[in-house]
Design a protein around this ligand. Structure first.
Ligand code: DLL
Length: 425
């Protein structure tokens, strides 16, 4: 189902005209209403077409931190209706502030996302992202209400309770991180229980791969789609896969997306991988101009078989800052995940340790669990084969350890932490 076909299937030229009109209004509003942007836009000509976007200044996470807590507001504080925040690992949290109008848009983009992922009005939907300052829980909740679905505000964690809800209620869809969906699926398997009615999982908030999706669909018995978003822009709902699974549709009437070369800042062509940059076209409380997400993907603009005309971004290969540089070679954790999951014997539970021994070269140890049902004679032999395959793909030598199911700690709330870089500890 397409929730707002009047926007999601708009012909490209009409969509681009709308984007341009909104971009002009945004630049005027930022100059008017915010000191940081006024300063930054001094001497910058007003855009005369969408093509002039590239002449506008970028904004970054550092800008958000410098302006903490409310220095990037473009409305009076008294107009705010809600504040979210993402914890981050260092420094101040990143604040996301919303007017009532922003919350309406948040609800709409989440309703579009859920509809694209298979949910229809009247369905029961278990919101298993954390409720609180994190945008996932309340964002998912608002999406259910706007769509006309029934929200079950389970929040994250309390796995026994989640399983009970899935087993007792006719829950059609669940929203959670992909790693938590795996935890739920594994526990159901282990306890030999089945969800009553579950058909769809809408997963996001952390990096995952198509290979992991395939595992999850098989284990959970659902169709899983990918949802993307970030606190700085609105939360989840910036982009979402439809059931055709050909990339994530960007809600382009609200979020103007570009892909740039992360080093030079120059635009990339269609299909070329680079850093996703987003401008919020309609946000009132905290609009952002050309926000450098650090997330790496590519974008295509052809119409999708589902009928939506919005641009689609590919699954993320990671973040600019996730990339590990091991003995001068760039290694993306997502590539390691892809290679591991091509082995039918291996499960999606893995960790990557990075170490720098005194006076030695950096080392990577990949620890991965095998599937409970896989018949494996010799764990070391399997580990050697995996090591060889990883070397062929990454051109970096590393160690692999295949461990028993259940060895690696499961994260039940928040985002999975798969890379443990002990070089800086
Ligand atoms: O994670 C918002 C969200 C909630 C998205 C629920 C999807 C579902 P932050 O905590 O600000 O917001 O983290 C944003 O998480 O820049 C990406 O690096 C990563 N991320 C989010 N979704 C995906 C995804 C929420 N589908 C940061 N694939 C982003 C890969 C993702 N990475």
């Amino acid at each position: 189902m397409i929730f707002q076909p009047e926007f999601e299937t708009l012909e490209r030229h009409a969509l681009e005209a709308l984007q341009f009109e909104r971009l002009q209004a945004l630049v005027d509003r930022l100059r008017d209403a915010n000191d940081v942007y006024r300063e930054r836009l001094r001497g910058v000509a007003a855009p005369a077409s969408l093509g002039d976007l590239a002449a506008l200044p970028f904004s970054t996470k550092a800008d958000m931190r410098d302006a903490y807590p409310l220095g990037l507001l473009a409305v009076p504080e008294k107009s705010l209706a809600r504040i979210h925040a993402s914890s981050g690992t260092t420094g101040n949290p990143t604040i996301g502030a919303y007017t009532a109008g922003d919350l309406r848009i948040f609800g709409e983009v989440m309703a579009r996302s859920f509809a694209a992922g298979g949910i229809v009005p009247g369905d029961m939907f278990q919101v298993a992202w954390g409720y609180g300052l994190f945008t996932g829980g309340l964002g998912g909740h608002g999406g259910c209400e706007t769509l006309g679905a029934c929200a079950i505000p389970a929040s994250s964690g309390n796995t026994a309770r989640q399983l009970q809800l899935l087993a007792d209620l006719p829950v059609i869809g669940i929203g959670c991180t992909p790693s938590y969906a795996l935890v739920l699926a594994e526990r159901l398997r282990a306890e030999n229980r089945r969800p009553l009615a579950l058909k769809y999982a809408i997963c996001g908030a952390e990096s995952w791969t198509r290979e992991m999706r395939a595992e999850l669909e098989e284990l959970f018995g659902v169709t899983a789609t990918n949802i993307y978003g970030l606190t700085e822009i609105i939360g989840p709902g910036v982009a979402q896969e439809c059931l055709d699974k050909q990339g994530l549709h960007v809600q382009e009437d609200h979020f103007l997306a570009e892909i740039i070369d992360p080093d030079s800042g120059e635009p990339c062509g269609d299909g070329e991988r680079g850093e996703l940059v987003i401008t919020t076209l309609t946000r009132e409380a905290m609009p952002v101009l050309r926000y450098r997400t650090r997330d790496l993907t590519s974008m295509v603009r052809e119409k999708c078989a589902c009928g939506r005309t919005t641009a689609r971004i590919d699954w993320f290969t990671g973040r600019v800052d996730d990339m590990l540089v091991i003995r001068g070679i760039n290694v993306f954790p997502s590539v390691i995940e892809e290679v591991l999951l091509r082995f039918p014997e291996l499960s999606p539970n893995y960790r990557i340790f990075v170490d720098r021994p005194p006076h030695g070269l950096d080392e990577i140890l990949v620890e991965v669990e095998h599937h409970p049902h896989a018949a494996i004679g010799d764990l070391d032999a399997l580990a050697r084969t995996v090591t060889r395959r990883l070397f062929e793909t990454l051109s970096v030598s590393l160690q692999t350890r295949v461990v028993a199911p259940g060895t690696i700690e499961r994260i039940e709330a928040g985002k999975a932490k798969r890379v443990i870089d002990r070089r800086t500890l």
